[in-house]
Design a protein around this ligand. Structure first.
Ligand code: FAD
Length: 508
């Protein structure tokens, strides 16, 4: 029986730590706290990975951008956390991604030299973080001929060559969150979706379920990890979100893109758009950076001008024309920027790079900002702060060496050749996914493992496991978070029947 459930039934009325928000940060905190021996309740108003954590570029950053801004400590932290994810905690959910920066006519020679120097700096960060070159090779300069051999769709006019560097890529951001939450649940944490914190202090949290019924939990520490919504629980914080939009294309729209491409924005120096091939055969193009005013929406929407901007940049970089109708999906996420903190003068304004841990007078600890990549360090810092505030004793943080469910070494994963998609998404738990689906459905492997659609590789087996082991309680949980079928609305329509079937088979 999974300990990830919807609603408030059978909740403990006292725990050591309540974690509010189950994005990557909250899930990471739940795992950190439970693995230090603390009793944990972690809640989300909606579902696992409902917020910003599912709208990212799905990169495990090595800190290159922070290096460019002279933020050496943040860059080093990113490189270290990337190494931990790719080498120890989640090799199954990450892969090395080659990224090609075309030295096109829109990139002045000096910028090309600076970009190369930056990538060499990024390589030094990798070395300092002890990530082997076997996982992330060194950057290299290549000729225009080789660049076009690697990416035939690159525009040849004015192309002087390219720089190839390497970074980490996630199988999927929401899958990382789900896996962290499942690992925490397996270690004993209570994980609840559809449980909104309506009020919280350091020692009391009032939760409400979808019907509005309330339940009060007493706790020794409370950690607010609600991302762009953090100021709704701590009114001494003011956040100012900024929106980042991505397009989703089918692989056939830009054929032969096995490397990510860092496409220069014409007319702007050192601004780029990423073209990111995904493990499921789609391509993401992003991203924008637009200030957002007014109330924070549950699900941010991309705007037509943002979509037009991204299409213009890829139009300038590739010979293939990509039209508006080729955009089969688009999604947007909100970065939290810290506007102000009442009574504090030394917080970093740009928490999209560095995270901030803040303690309110009520004892509520808030952690906000940072990156998916650095979630583990954020969780460690937040739990350390909560322990300091409450005076609780707990074991040391162990998450840097604690593999997530299904993790194994890369050579061992490479030997699991039977069900590649399941191994990519569940690692060594691929067999458990299939066994569970067989047991609860009585269906044949052929039915359980058949792709749901021609361009839709997700399977019924995964959907069933989403219900039995990952706390999915409705079609949206399955299609929009446990899988990302919903990123392409036409695919979502096609998959609704299978999601309903999975819920019925698993008894929901
Ligand atoms: C466009 C974009 C691209 C990005 N790309 C990358 C990338 O490639 N790599 C990278 O490392 N980082 C990336 N980031 C950064 C990264 O996505 C975020 O830092 C991270 O996902 C934030 O996670 P979080 O858990 O703090 O917040 P969220 O994921 O937003 O989680 C907050 C959760 O709190 C819940 N919640 C809110 N209020 C309540 C309440 N009252 N009670 C209970 N629950 C509540 C919400 O439902 C939500 O699930 C990107 C960010 C953006 C915006």
């Amino acid at each position: 029986m999974t300990r990830i459930q919807a609603g408030l039934a059978d909740l403990p009325d006292h725990v050591d730590v309540v974690v509010i928000g189950l994005g990557v940060t909250g899930a990471g905190i739940a795992l950190d706290a439970v693995s230090r021996g603390l009793s944990v309740l972690a809640v989300d108003a909606h579902d696992l990975a409902f917020g910003t954590s599912r709208w990212s570029s799905k990169l495990v950053h090595g800190g290159l951008r922070y290096l460019a801004h002279g933020q050496l400590a943040v860059a080093h932290e990113s490189a270290v956390e990337r190494g931990i994810l790719m080498g120890t905690t989640a090799p199954h959910l990450t892969r090395p991604l080659p990224m090609l920066l075309p030295l096109a006519s829109s990139v002045p020679r000096l910028n090309g030299v600076l970009a190369r120097a930056g990538m060499e700096g990024g390589n030094l960060l990798r070395v300092a973080a002890r990530t082997p070159a076997g996982i992330l090779p060194r950057p290299r300069r290549i000729s225009a001929v080789e660049a076009r051999h690697l990416i035939p769709a690159l525009r040849p006019e004015g192309l002087r060559g390219a720089i190839v560097s390497w970074d980490g890529q996630l199988e999927d951001d929401a899958r990382l969150v789900t896996t962290i939450a499942r690992t925490a649940a397996e270690a004993g944490a209570h994980i609840r979706t559809r449980a909104r914190a309506v009020r919280a202090t350091g020692d009391t949290v009032v939760l409400a379920d979808a019907s509005g019924e309330e339940f009060e939990v007493s706790t020794r520490s409370t950690i607010n990890a609600t991302g762009v919504w953090a100021d709704q629980l701590d009114d001494s914080i003011r956040l100012r979100p900024s929106r980042g939009t991505h397009l989703v294309l089918r692989a056939g729209t830009l054929p032969g893109i096995a490397h990510a491409v860092t496409a220069p924005v014409p007319g702007e120096l050192a601004r780029y758009v990423l073209v990111l091939p995904q493990p499921d055969g789609t391509i993401y193009v992003g991203l924008t950076d637009e200030p957002v005013t007014g109330p924070v929406p549950d699900v941010p929407e991309p705007t037509e001008p943002e979509i037009g901007f991204l299409l213009d940049v890829i139009g300038a970089a590739f010979t293939h024309s990509v039209r508006r109708e080729d955009v089969v999906g688009a999604f947007a996420g909100l970065r939290p920027l810290l506007d102000s903190v009442v009574g504090a003068e030394d917080v970093t304004a740009d928490i999209s790079r560095k995270h901030a841990v803040l303690t309110a007078d009520s004892g509520l600890v808030t952690v906000v900002g940072g990156k998916l990549t650095t979630y583990r360090q954020m969780a460690e810092d937040a739990v350390d702060a909560a322990l300091a505030v409450s005076g609780q004793q707990a074991g040391p943080c162990v998450t840097a060496t604690l593999p997530l469910s299904g993790a194994a070494s890369r050579p061992r994963l490479a030997r699991l050749t039977d069900h590649p998609r399941l191994v990519r998404r569940f690692g060594t738990d691929a067999a458990l996914v299939l066994e569970t689906a067989r047991r609860v459905s009585g269906l044949s492997d052929e039915e359980l493992l058949a792709p749901i659609g021609e361009e839709l590789p997700a399977t019924l087996a995964e959907l069933i496991f989403g219900v039995t082991h990952e706390g999915a309680s409705d079609v949206a949980d399955l299609l929009d978070r446990r899988t990302r079928i919903g990123l392409i609305p036409a695919d979502r329509d096609l998959a609704v029947d299978q999601a309903e079937r999975a819920l019925e088979i698993a008894g929901r």
